[in-house]
Design a protein around this ligand. Structure first.
Ligand SMILES: [Fe+2]
Length: 204
């Protein structure tokens, strides 16, 4: 886990130094996380989407700080605790396909592995041809693409294609969605405040 956190911190550092709109939020993460905080033990766990697509996604790792993070994660693949999210939506049949094709790997959170009460960082894996429907949350969020090209939408903006190493910002409350085509997507998502509040799927 130390190597993963070192790569995460380096990715934050690079993003903070960019002229991207997400740079200030990445600087908050870099400076707000106690990198010497307790490391909580995790129990290795997988999900079907991880078995099917994690290695394939990692084949798309190129060069750059996000890819370096992906390589550090891949090197520790046997010790990762992948989990599902949106447990409160598990009885919604319209989300079943998405929930089967999406998993996250917490890196920094109140539950660890690096314990932090007010900020989070997690990888997400989204299988090919999967639609992550519009959702919103109070948390300011930054994303970074580790591997895979996919389409993203935020607010009333048109869908845009985002490539590996791209970073971008979701301001507090803005609706956003992601759709993959023929390849899986491995990305980094981080919140800078209010990390215990829920995410809401937006249906209208
Ligand atoms: Fe989000």
């Amino acid at each position: 886990m130390e190597a993963i956190l070192t790569a995460l911190r380096a990715a934050f550092e690079a993003a903070s130094a960019s002229d991207n709109e997400a740079a200030p939020a990445y600087a908050k993460l870099r400076d707000g996380i106690d990198w010497n905080a307790t490391l909580r033990a995790t129990a290795p766990a997988s999900r079907p989407v991880v078995e099917r697509w994690f290695e394939a996604a990692c084949n798309g790792l190129a060069d750059g700080p996000m890819a370096a993070l992906g390589r550090a994660v891949l090197a520790n693949a046997d010790n990762l605790e992948w989990i599902s999210i949106y447990q409160s939506y598990e009885d919604d049949p319209t989300l079943a396909e998405f929930l089967d094709n999406y998993a996250i790997l917490r890196l920094v959170s109140p539950g660890g592995p690096l314990v932090c009460e007010n900020m989070t960082a997690a990888l997400s894996l989204q299988g090919p041809n999967t639609f992550y429907p519009p959702h919103a949350h109070k948390q300011e969020e930054v994303y970074g693409v580790l591997a895979g090209t996919a389409e993203w939408q935020r607010g009333a903006e048109p869908w845009v294609t985002r490539e590996p190493e791209e970073i971008f910002l979701h301001t507090s409350g803005i609706r956003h969605a992601t759709r993959t085509a023929g390849e899986p997507l491995l990305s980094l998502a981080c919140w800078t405040h209010d990390v215990t509040l829920p995410i809401v799927i937006v249906t209208a």
